[in-house]
Design a protein around this ligand. Sequence first.
Ligand SMILES: C[S@@+](CC[C@H](N)C(=O)[O-])C[C@H]1O[C@@H](n2cnc3c(N)ncnc32)[C@H](O)[C@@H]1O
Length: 102
Amino acid sequence: MQSNEYLYLMENEEETYRLDIKTDSKVVKKQALWAGIKPGMYVADVCCGSGKTTSMLHKLVQPGGIAVGLDGSEKRIEYAKEHYGVKDSWRFGALSIMNIKN
Ligand SMILES: C[S@@+](CC[C@H](N)C(=O)[O-])C[C@H]1O[C@@H](n2cnc3c(N)ncnc32)[C@H](O)[C@@H]1O
């Protein structure tokens, strides 16, 4: 079930797992450093999927930084919390970006 209504064309039972295994840690790190991610930054990973990228960004902004992952799929957010979240952390949240106004 979705937290908010939105249409995601790739949706299927295995999509969370697909997103997780297709994410290459070395590539994400290289791209994040190229983009200028540095310790101390606050990073929003909008449409974070499985949370794997968010967790890597979180490591790259230490010490002192924060990475927050948002996704419209509650199922993916649960997966992200289970696999990459710190217990009782607010690092992942279910939210449809279609419902963000001004
Ligand atoms: C192609 S996946 C990319 C996930 C992640 N960024 C990655 O690279 O592994 C797109 C993600 O966007 C989310 N998404 C699609 N439409 C959305 C919306 N309107 N609001 C929030 N999340 C949305 C989906 O649930 C999905 O997890």
